[in-house]
Design a binder for this molecule. Sequence first.
Ligand code: ZN
Length: 110
Amino acid sequence: MKWRCQVCGYTHDGDQAPERCPKCGAPRDKFVQIDVDAANLIERSRMGNGLLCRLISASEELLGLAEAGIRDNLDPTCVQLYKQLTARATELRQAAKAEIAAHMSKGKWG
Ligand SMILES: [Zn+2]
């Protein structure tokens, strides 16, 4: 069975809800049982959103690389390449953030 804290959204697996929410300290009566489909959606979302967070970090890493490459200024074609990288990594980061925001508005954020 799955239980969800109505105060903070923490989810708990077990035969009954915990005595106190480990996240926010709310008592057991603040927990409601959630159906398995909703619980699966939360699990799925957590994984998908985790991947998006990694995509954001990866984009930020690429932006750092691009900045270093532009600063290095070895030759004009290199700088051109790093400028393209800046533009694409910025786009990716924006897209990943927008996707996370869309998930949150659809309740796919546990
Ligand atoms: Zn809680």
